[in-house]
Design a protein around this ligand. Structure first.
Ligand SMILES: CC(C)(COP(=O)(O)OP(=O)(O)OC[C@H]1O[C@@H](n2cnc3c(N)ncnc32)[C@H](O)[C@@H]1OP(=O)(O)O)[C@@H](O)C(=O)NCCC(=O)NCCS
Length: 188
């Protein structure tokens, strides 16, 4: 349970490969370059984001550094293993809806880190005053889709063939207390 939007939280993730200790908290200055490298590897592999490869610093900055409400890191043994950004999905009257994007380093995947990051982002978004969350461009074949749906996000739109001939989906989730995630998908 976070006690504020800038809190850091130690977590133990348990899975078939044993347990993993991570910490989730605001990105530190020293982690900016590792995050560029992590995101650059995701873009080079054509995974999950529309950015053209190779990733430029300007494109990285635009997505991750300015303007964001929060950039949150997952670290294990002191090293960056994942991150998400949280920002208004648009200006003015739509700024109550948050947008977020998640990455996990290839070597750290399938250990539950993305799940922990999405859960953290829902909680932190509420603490930052957002009342809903929206993902604008989720590739139809993105492996995170079951995770988003288990945590209460619903597909509200489909953009046909916009990513290299593949559909992209728009996901939305209210953050009001009355719209908690489905039973069995505890958020924390
Ligand atoms: C998508 C991504 C964030 C998932 O990170 P992760 O830490 O491996 O995910 P988790 O271990 O928390 O997995 C949570 C659930 O997501 C689903 N999932 C995640 N990766 C999967 C994969 N490669 N294949 C099938 N299902 C997968 C599963 O339902 C999984 O639950 P399970 O392990 O109990 O089956 C990571 O692969 C990544 O960074 N990809 C590139 C960037 C990206 O696509 N970001 C999302 C943009 S919409």
């Amino acid at each position: 349970m976070l006690d504020g939007p800038t809190a850091s939280l130690p977590l133990t993730l348990s899975g078939p490969n044993g347990s993993l200790q991570i910490e989730i908290g605001p990105l530190r200055d020293l982690e900016v370059r590792p995050l560029f490298d992590l995101f650059g590897a995701v873009i080079a592999a054509g995974e999950g984001y529309a950015h053209a490869a190779p990733l430029t610093w300007a494109s990285f900055e635009e997505t991750w550094l300015v303007p964001t409400t929060a950039v949150v890191a997952a670290r294990s043994e002191g090293g960056l293993v994942g991150a998400y950004y949280l920002k208004p999905n648009g200006p003015g009257r739509v700024a109550h809806v948050a947008n977020a994007g998640y990455v996990v380093a290839a070597k750290a995947r399938r250990r539950g880190i993305a799940r922990a990051l999405v859960v953290d982002s829902i909680e932190r978004a509420r603490l930052c005053g957002f009342d809903a969350m929206q993902f604008n461009l989720v590739f139809a074949d993105n492996p995170a889709r079951p995770l988003y749906e288990a945590l209460g996000f619903e597909v509200v739109g489909r953009l046909p063939k916009v990513i290299s001939g593949q559909d992209a989906l728009i996901y939305f989730r209210s953050l009001s207390p009355a719209s908690a995630a489905p039973a069995g998908a505890a958020e924390a």
